[in-house]
Structures are given as C-alpha cells and as structure tokens.
Design a protein around this ligand. Structure first.
Ligand code: NDP
Ligand code: 2IT
Length: 444
C-alpha cells in the first residue's frame, strides 16, 4: 500500500473529520519510511490499528441553568491507545468541540505521552458546553452532570483525565467532588487537582514552563537564548500564562496575547500585575482580551492574530489552526527564528511546510507542550506514593523531561545538513515506543 492509499483509506473510514485527518497525515508523513523498513510493524498492521481509537464513549449531559431551564450538551471520552499505560489526556469544554477535534487531540496525545517516557496511554474528552457568561453555580452543575456520566469510564488505573481549553482548576475541583461522591473513593482519578487535595505543585504552570524550556533548548542549538528576544504569543489562558512567566524569567519580552476577539500589542512587555490579570481574564468567562488593552492602555487589534507583529520567537498557545500559511510567511519575512507550539496543532500543515522550508526552528505541540501531561504524570506518581514533592523537585523533573524530549527530536529529526526537523523527530520517537509496546502485547 502506498502512503496515499493508506491516507485515503483513513479518510474513507472517518468522513467529515478534517482535524483528525490532518493530525494523522502529519504523523504518517513522518513515520512512513520507518514503518516500511520494519516488516514486524507491517505484519502486525500497527499503523491501521494506531489510527483507530480503542473505545469511543459519547453521552448526554442534561443540567439545569440558573433560570431553571433544562439544557443539554454532548459529552465525550475517547480512549485512543493504552499500549504504554492508562489512557491519559485532558477534557475540553468549548462550543467548537466535536468528534473530529477530540479524535485529533486524542491521537496527538498518544505520541506526546510516549515522548515523556512516563507510563501513560493516550485519551481525550470534553463537551460542547459554552462557559461564556455562565455563573459559577452553572459551571458547577454542568461539571457535576458531566461527571455523573463520565465516572463509569475512568479510574486511576484505567483513564485519568485532566484540563484543557475551558477546564482548569475550578472545573477539575467540581468534577473531582462529584466523582468522589459517586464512587466513595478519594483517588488520583484526575490531574490538575488543587494543591491541598492531591494536586502537584507546578502543574498549573507546567505546560507553559515546559514549552519555554523546549524553546530555550532549540535556541541553544543556534548558540542563542531568550535573553533580549521579543516573543509574539497567542491565547491568554493557562498555557499562555505559564509561558509568559517563564519567558520573563529567562529574559525575553512577550508583547502580544490574543483571544477570539483579536490581539493586544503591549510593546513594554507583559510583566508583573499584567501577568496576574491574565488569570482574572480566564476566570471571567468573558472570552475576550480587549479588557487587557482597556485596563493597561495598550493597543487592541480586533479580529486579527498576533503573527503580523515583528518578533524573534512565536509561541501559539490558543487553539488549533490559528497560524496559517500567510501567517508563516509573514513571520519568516519579519525575521522570526523559532516557532514553538504551546497549543495543540495551532500551525496548519501548509504553514508547517513554509516554516520547515525556511529552516525556522519549529516545534510541534506534541513535543513542546508535553510538559503539561508530563507533570500530570508526576502528579499521578505522587498520588500513588501518597507523597508530595517540593516545587523545585517537580520543576527540575519537568525541565529534565523537556530536555530529553528535545534530545529525542534531535536524534530522529536531524538531517544531513544539520537542520533538525522537530516534526519528524517527535513523530518517529513517539511512534516507536508505542509501536514496540503494541508488538509486545499481541493483537488486542
Ligand atoms: P484555556 O481555556 O486556559 O485558554 C485557551 C485560550 O485560547 C483562551 O485564551 C481562549 O479563549 C483562547 N481561544 C480559544 N479558542 C480560540 C480561538 N478560536 N481563537 C483565539 N483564541 C481562542 O486553555 P489552555 O491554555 O489550557 O489551552 C490552550 C491550548 O493549549 C489548547 O490547544 C490546548 O489543547 C493546549 N494544551 C493545554 C494543556 C494544559 O495542560 N492545559 C497541555 C497541552 C496543551 P476562550 O476560551 O475565551 O475562547
Ligand atoms: O493537551 C494536553 O496535553 C493536555 N491538555 C494535558 C493533558 C493531561 O492529562 O495533563
């Protein structure tokens, strides 16, 4: 079978799932040669098995809003691959959520979790719930209704969900409370828990810290660092917040943030109270960054993305497909040397090719944003031991894991000219561990 025939067959089996097919295509393009060179993988039909989720759960979530009206949402949990450990991956609450988006995220999660080298399989879930304008009580009731269905499918040794877009510490708390009430068990069934009840220090910051450590390692391959660098960032949520903190610590200056309404340009840099204000914006359920511009008297550019701003490093930290081919060309033209994904698949396939052709340092999210799930893995370890590590210990382990992922990408992605294709490196390194584990475990 040719690569095209294989991709066509996946497309035929998964109609109307463009994001999922995009994620599959990127991985298949990278691993095809390695796969063809290994008859054992082919005999076990690993590639066809790896693109098929082990289980898909969908359920109705009915709940009552503050006006007393009954509302209905769709709930999902995708258990994609358990070759390396219990299913592990976040829950996304956003009106755009559908099967295609969750399957792309669950698929990416398999390889990301593999890259961490921690014992975690891949999964993802969520709901099309829209938190915009909801009261705290409504969010609690929704989370409880969601968990009343989800609890049947998860468990600390089966499937361990965490946060993603629209799911942070508050939502994890409400879901954990409901799980505990239903099952009468206090366990490590979710990660991203509060620090006083089983959470890990540094988990809130981990994705952004990890992405910044990864970017620093990439810059180092060119003898450079964040010191004095201008950074364009998108999003204003959990990942962007952690990345802003770490870029500041490493001497860089973040000059943009974005939301669905547009982007803010703050040439002085996002520091001090402005960083704390990001948490207020995320908690306001307001869906906009314009508030930041109003509060701090900086420029707001409605309806646009931040990639038109001149920068040395770009860190897309909002959502999928938010950096397209034109944006990539603009970044290259403006002298950007490094693009590190904090979000999952924020760069389109076409934009990825533009950046790689221009020899820009480009890190795919499955490598550079793996710090979040890696620290979730460390939270699971602490829960199992019933111990808590210090912030320094967690941060040090996180840093080491990110450097190891960077090394794995270099090992499998370095070309004859010395240029590192991190996309290829991450996909091949992530794939090999999963494929070998699947071989060992037989046809299941
Ligand atoms: P948050 O909910 O904390 O923040 C998401 C941010 O993206 C918000 O600023 C959100 O605004 C914005 N956003 C959502 N949709 C759009 C859009 N269409 N255009 C512009 N901005 C948008 O989520 P996270 O920070 O946790 O997640 C951000 C990205 O990082 C996602 O791709 C997620 O999958 C990925 N990620 C998250 C990890 C984690 O541990 N949290 C780990 C690894 C990756 P609003 O919500 O108001 O629409
Ligand atoms: O995309 C991701 O890696 C996450 N949302 C974090 C998953 C996790 O289980 O911590």
């Amino acid at each position: 079978m040719t690569q095209k025939e294989f991709l066509d067959s996946v497309a035929a089996r998964n109609p109307s799932q463009p994001e999922f097919l995009q994620a599959v295509q990127e991985v298949v393009e990278s691993v095809w040669d390695v796969y063809q060179a290994n008859p054992r993988f082919q005999k076990a039909n690993i590639l066809s098995r790896i693109v098929e989720p082990e289980a898909l759960h969908t359920f109705r979530v009915s709940w009552v809003n503050d006006r007393g009206d009954v509302e209905v949402n769709s709930g999902y949990r995708i258990q994609f691959n358990s070759a390396l450990g219990p299913y592990k991956g976040g829950l996304r609450f956003h009106p755009s959520v559908n099967m295609s988006i969750l399957k792309f995220l669950g698929f990416e999660q398999i390889f990301k979790n593999s890259l961490t080298t921690l014992p975690m399989g891949g999964g993802k879930g969520g709901s099309d719930f829209n938190a915009k304008g909801r009261s705290d009580n409504e969010i609690m009731r929704f989370c409880q209704a969601f968990m009343t269905e989800l609890f049947r499918y998860i468990g600390p040794d089966t499937d361990v969900p965490a946060g993603d877009i629209g799911v942070g510490g508050r939502e994890i708390g409400y879901m954990f409370g409901q799980y505990k009430k239903i099952t009468r068990e206090f366990s490590g069934v979710l990660t991203g828990k509060g620090l006083e009840w089983g959470g890990s220090l540094v988990r809130p910051e981990a994705t952004g810290f990890g992405a910044t450590y990864f970017a620093e390692a990439m810059l180092k391959t060119k003898g450079q660092s964040f010191a004095g660098k201008t950074v364009a960032m998108s999003g204003f949520g959990n990942v962007a917040w952690g990345a802003v903190i770490k870029v500041n610590q490493l001497g860089g200056r973040v000059v943009t943030l974005s939301g669905p309404d547009g982007y803010v340009y703050d040439p002085e840099g996002i520091t001090g109270a402005k960083v704390d204000y990001m948490l207020d914006m995320r908690a306001s359920n307001n869906d906009r960054v314009e508030d930041y511009a109003t509060k701090f008297g900086v420029k707001f550019v409605p309806g646009k993305r931040p990639w038109e701003v001149k920068c040395d490093v770009a860190m897309p930290c909002a959502t999928q497909n938010e950096l397209d081919e034109n944006d990539a060309r603009t970044l290259v033209k403006n002298g950007c040397i490094c693009v590190t994904e904090g979000a999952n698949m924020p760069t389109t396939l076409e934009a990825t090719h533009v950046l790689l052709d221009a020899k820009v340092l480009f890190a795919p999210g499955k490598a550079s944003n793996a710090g979040g799930v890696a620290t979730s893995g460390l939270e699971m370890s602490q829960n199992s031991m019933r111990l808590r590590w210090s912030a320094e210990e967690v941060d040090q382990r996180l840093h080491q894991i990110m450097l190891r992922i960077h090394d794995a990408c270099v090992e499998y992605g370095k070309g004859p000219d010395g240029f590192v294709n991190y996309v290829k490196g991450a996909n091949v390194a992530g794939f090999l561990r999963v494929a070998n584990a699947m071989l060992d475990q037989g046809v299941v």
